[in-house]
Design a protein around this ligand. Structure first.
Ligand code: MMA
Ligand code: CA
Length: 216
């Protein structure tokens, strides 16, 4: 239980490790550049020495080896894993690849769904692989509702692209599709895409009320 007493630490890995290591390194640089002026202008020598010592300590220890950072990272990871376990157990989330899918159970039009997801730092569910389509389908079946996807028609009629503009490159559009037979059928009049409760897709007007499902 007590990680500090444990001499062998786990190999640092994962996004949190990189995030924190980079933050610490960033702070080191800031200390070097930003506090130099403070040292020379301060009237208190002891204060200067203390700050200089603090700075030197920070610079000496590579962020990647700081045991305190590693132990805190491990702690954060453990706590997140526990929370994920609780949410999975209660059926509140679907986990697929590196995505988490979740709904608030509410039905609103496309723009409102998009905004809701953005407000909580997610985006409207956008299946890019069959497994992701199936994970979303699980939620739709549970609620017996259709959902809009993070996909819009354009630039040309009958062409569809991800909301994320990065993917909006001419000629190369969706990574994966699961259109129902004879869809898309809207001929430019149905600019959104909904998923039915069998997992197939339909192009659809954007003003319908659909279940909001976000991905994180
Ligand atoms: C509706 C509408 C369309 C869909 C057809 C399929 C009549 O229009 O949902 O988007 O393509 O049904 O029959
Ligand atoms: Ca249609």
């Amino acid at each position: 239980m007590n990680e500090k007493k444990n001499k062998t630490r786990p190999k640092p890995s994962g996004p949190f490790y990189f995030l924190l290591a980079n933050l610490v390194q960033y702070n080191e640089v800031n200390m070097e550049e930003g506090e130099a002026a403070q040292f020379s202008s301060s009237a208190h020598k002891e204060d200067d020495d203390r700050k200089r010592k603090q700075r030197d300590e920070l610079i000496r220890i590579p962020a990647s080896l700081d045991p305190e950072v590693l132990s805190q990272l491990e702690n954060i990871n453990n706590r997140i894993t526990k929370l994920e376990g609780v949410l999975l157990l209660q059926g509140k989330i679907q986990q697929v690849n590196n995505k988490i899918l979740a709904t608030n159970g509410k039905e609103v039009d496309f723009e409102a769904s998009k905004t809701t997801c953005k407000d909580v730092h997610g985006s409207i569910a956008t299946p890019m692989y069959e497994e992701e389509n199936n994970a979303l389908l699980t939620i739709l079946k549970e609620f017996n509702r259709y959902a809009y996807l993070g996909i819009l028609e354009g630039p040309a009629t009958g062409e569809f692209h991800y909301l994320d503009e990065y993917h909006y490159n001419d000629g190369n559009h969706l990574n994966y599709t699961h259109w129902r037979k004879n869809e898309p059928s809207g001929k430019g009049k149905e600019n959104c895409v909904e998923m039915y409760t069998d997992g197939t897709w339909n192009d659809k007007a954007c003003n319908q009320k659909r279940l909001t499902v976000c991905e994180f």
